[in-house]
Write a protein that binds this ligand. Structure first.
Ligand code: IMP
Length: 434
């Protein structure tokens, strides 16, 4: 298989875990390029459910090398817990997992900084996952971060912690908060992590370069999604990393010329967790019904997700900024029983209809959705694996979405199960499988 990127097209939780897991059977390497344990990738295998936060979804395939890239931020406590759970579930975690020596660490004081920052924002808070993601990336760009490779040099750790400690104490003083932290104990804990994780911590850009030279193929796994991307998302209601396909190059040290294809993952409707604009938000009992049918509760935090109709403006924008070759449409079955389905095709603002995602938050928040209505299919599609077996109205819905976003829908997922996936034979995705 060629080297393919999997990236979210909306606000996350599109079902990337399932699609990565499906494609992982075809590659030798799965490499994650951004985010931390704010992500929750759910993979269902038969009657077993795995929720992966940090480890690439390829870990469920024996023989696949999993790479956690330099673009990630890693809480070593969360990592060890996840590895322990995988091992307890009988999953092999051996030399099939390597971690970039350049990935930054999330440390306990990052969560304190995040709480202070969210409190200070009051009503304008981001609604983060409270995992320390933002402050860890702030330390990275502020050039005071501690990296995975530092765990391997315990004698240098107290010095490496110095800048982040000073920053933490400055912020705490400003907020009138006691800067409680035991930095000596932290340095000791980190050194112990270094001993346990040591052999996994490597120059993963070099590892990837060598695997490509050997002719292996790589799946690049993104976490979160384009509308949560620090640059291209609904700023400031975004995460702090490059979640779009552009993040592959910086987050893994992969030259863009080595990327052969990009698959966007979009849900048949839209969801969002946390605050920020969601123009096609449904509201009322129908939203509750879709949330229930789609089990739309955060895989990491358990928070109820806000649900909206498919937003073609947002997804078309994603197609453009990521350069998707195709889209995999997930959770079509959640809409099965609706008599009518809506698609957001534009936004009404200030007496005009706009068809692009506005950069200005105030405009995005004031937008009213413009809908196109299509008849529902009111027939179960759950478990369907052939395009021709879908009800005509469901096929028309998918084809209309494809037309509106300007990108083919090459795969359709009809249940959380790995096997319940339609691969459209005439699509570019099928050529990747060939
Ligand atoms: P953070 O990534 O914890 O800083 O949170 C920033 C925003 O991104 C919040 O709105 C979160 O709810 C959202 N977010 C972060 N990770 C995910 C995810 O994996 N799925 C969906 N939303 C996410």
């Amino acid at each position: 298989m060629p080297n393919i990127v999997i990236a979210g097209a909306q606000w996350g939780d599109e079902g990337k875990g399932k699609i990565v897991d499906l494609l992982a059977a075809r590659v030798q390497v799965v490499a994650r390029y951004n985010g931390g344990h704010n992500a929750g990738h759910t993979v269902i295998l038969g009657d077993r459910k795995f929720v992966l936060h940090l480890v690439p979804s390829g870990i469920l395939h024996p023989g696949v090398l999993c790479v956690m890239g330099n673009g990630m931020v890693i809480d070593p406590w969360a990592l060890e817990q996840e590895l322990g759970e995988l091992v307890a579930a009988g999953i092999e975690v051996d030399d099939n997992l390597v971690i970039s020596d350049r990935a930054h660490l999330i440390l306990p004081h990052h969560r304190v900084l995040e709480q202070l920052s969210e409190e200070a924002r009051g009503a304008r808070k981001i609604g983060t996952t409270n995992r320390g993601i933002g402050p860890a990336y702030e330390d990275k760009t502020g050039r005071r971060g501690v990296r995975m490779g530092d765990l391997l040099r315990p004698a240098a750790l107290p010095g490496k912690l110095e800048e982040t400690r000073r920053h933490f104490e400055r912020v705490c003083r400003g907020a009138g908060h006691a800067p409680d932290a035991d930095w000596e104990a932290l340095a000791r804990d980190l050194a112990a992590f270094g001993e346990r994780l040591g052999p996994r911590i490597q120059d993963t850009a070099l590892v990837l370069h060598r695997t490509i030279a050997r002719g292996y193929s790589i799946l690049f796994e993104g976490a979160q999604a384009t509308l949560l991307d620090l640059d291209h998302g609904t700023y400031p209601f975004v995460t702090s990393s490059s979640a779009g396909a552009g993040g592959v190059a910086t987050g893994l040290g992969i030259p863009p010329t080595r990327i052969d294809g990009i698959l966007g993952i979009a849900k048949a409707y839209t969801t969002r967790v946390g605050a920020g604009p969601l123009p096609s938000e449904i509201g009322g009992s129908l939203e509750q019904e879709i949330r229930r049918r789609g089990a739309e509760f955060g895989a990491s935090t358990g928070r109820p997700r806000r649900c909206g109709w498919f937003d073609a403006v947002v997804t078309r924008y994603s197609v453009r900024v990521n350069g998707f070759d195709a889209v995999a449409l997930t959770k079509l079955d959640v809409l099965d029983l609706l008599a009518e389905v809506q698609i957001c095709v534009g936004y009404r603002h200030d007496g005009r209809v706009i068809e692009e995602v506005p950069a200005d938050l105030a405009v995005a928040e004031a937008c009213e959705p413009v809908y196109e209505s299509l008849p529902g299919w009111t027939t179960p599609t759950a478990g369907i694996r052939e395009w021709s077996a879908l009800p005509g109205a469901a096929r028309r819905y998918v084809l209309r979405l494809s037309e509106l976003i300007g990108c083919e829908v090459g795969m359709v997922s009809t249940s959380p199960d790995r096997e319940d996936t339609i691969l459209r034979r005439d699509s570019v995705v099928a050529s990747w499988f060939a």
